[in-house]
Design a protein around this ligand. Structure first.
Ligand SMILES: *Cc1c(COP(=O)(O)O)cnc(C)c1O
Length: 348
């Protein structure tokens, strides 16, 4: 990349190895279950995450939607964070298409939902109430900083869910970042969950795709939900071939992105007019605030970085002075140094 694109890890391009694998992938009709590369991807993802089966879907949003549609019926309720991607950024799909009622709780600074708040939110059996069917956690919790949540906490939520006959879904768009940061084996991290969606196209660099994993029975049902939302793909092995490289190779190098995020954060934190809490940089995301009396407004800084330095870094929507930067495979240590120098010069 000759542009230093720090807007998100979704901007990461597929690697040359992925393009090569895509060109050579054996394929078949996946709606018939006959695409060997898709089948391989689904099986490997399930095995890595310690679940029985997997389902390849087009996006993280579709993975979450298919999971919610499979776990819940119309008028059922799911408990999730007010800052959850499912609640904030998925166009209300679970309500629009599934009639699923969201019961939102505050997300704590450590990415968790309070156990006592979950407990209180679970409905008793009363004709006035929707039925609580599902709890959704997000790991890493994106909007508050890419914060990883621990295996211990997930197990506690799963215990609570099980006591009430409720399912647990993890939006694991960045679950490999979480496992890397926590130094917890991925299968252990998600062991108590009934379903997990794992994005292949963020830090893992595949061009397209998410894998949803869970029990065989769950995935059999989920396949129908995927078809209902138009997600049955044909020779999707072309895409799954990149996904296999994402799982096998890209998932093991995320500590490099985290180290680059730390280096970027440490450099930015020393620049006048910038406030940045280094303790919150735990994976590949950095949030920082520009002082209101800085020589440039957030929009001006963003424009200056783009036009003068080919660096893309955007103000974070919903905040007046906040920026988010995200590191990924295509951001090198030299890019990090260049970005720090460019911000310093622009603000001096
Ligand atoms: C990116 C993301 C998704 C899904 O996004 P798509 O753009 O639909 O692939 C879901 N959950 C979280 C936490 C995400 O960051």
């Amino acid at each position: 990349m000759n542009i230093i694109d720090l807007r998100s890890d979704t901007v990461s391009w597929p690697t040359p190895e992925m393009r090569e694998a895509m060109a050579n992938a054996p394929v078949g009709d996946d709606v018939y279950g006959e695409d060997p590369t898709v089948n391989q991807l689904q099986d490997e993802a399930a095995a890595m995450l310690g679940k029985e089966a997997g389902l390849f879907v087009s996006s993280g949003t579709m993975g979450n939607l298919v999971a919610v549609l499979t776990h819940c019926g119309r008028g059922d309720e799911m408990i999730l964070g007010r800052d959850a991607h499912i609640f904030r950024y998925e166009a209300g799909g679970s309500a629009a298409l599934g009639g699923v009622h969201p019961n939102t709780l505050d997300v704590q600074p450590d990415g968790t939902l309070r156990l006592d708040a979950i407990q209180r939110a679970i409905r008793s059996d009363d004709a006035h109430f929707p039925r609580t069917r599902l709890i959704c956690l997000e790991n890493t919790q994106g909007t508050i900083g890419g914060i990883p949540i621990s295996a211990q906490y997930i197990a506690e939520v799963a215990d609570l869910a099980r006591q009430h006959g409720i399912r647990l879904h993890i939006d694991g768009a960045r679950i490999f970042n979480a496992a890397t940061a926590l130094n917890t084996p991925i299968a252990e991290l998600v062991a108590p969950a009934d379903s997990i969606s794992v994005c292949l196209s963020k830090g893992l660099c595949a061009p397209v795709g998410t894998v949803l994993v869970g029990s065989r029975a769950f995935i059999d049902q989920a396949r129908r939900a995927r078809k209902q939302v138009g997600g049955g793909m044909r020779q999707a092995g072309i895409l799954a071939a990149a996904g296999l490289i994402a799982l096998r190779k890209m998932s093991t190098r995320l500590h490099e992105d985290h180290a680059n995020a730390c280096a970027l954060a440490e450099g930015l934190a020393q620049i006048p007019h910038i406030t940045l809490d280094l303790s919150r940089v735990q994976t590949n995301m950095i949030f920082f605030d520009l002082a209101p009396d800085a020589p440039l407004t957030p929009a001006q800084l963003s424009a200056r970085l783009k036009t003068e330095y080919n660096i893309l870094m955007n103000p974070y929507p919903g905040f007046t002075h906040r920026f988010r930067a995200v590191t990924h495979y295509w951001i090198t240590r030299e890019h990090v140094e260049a970005a720090i120098a460019a911000v310093r010069t622009s603000l001096s």
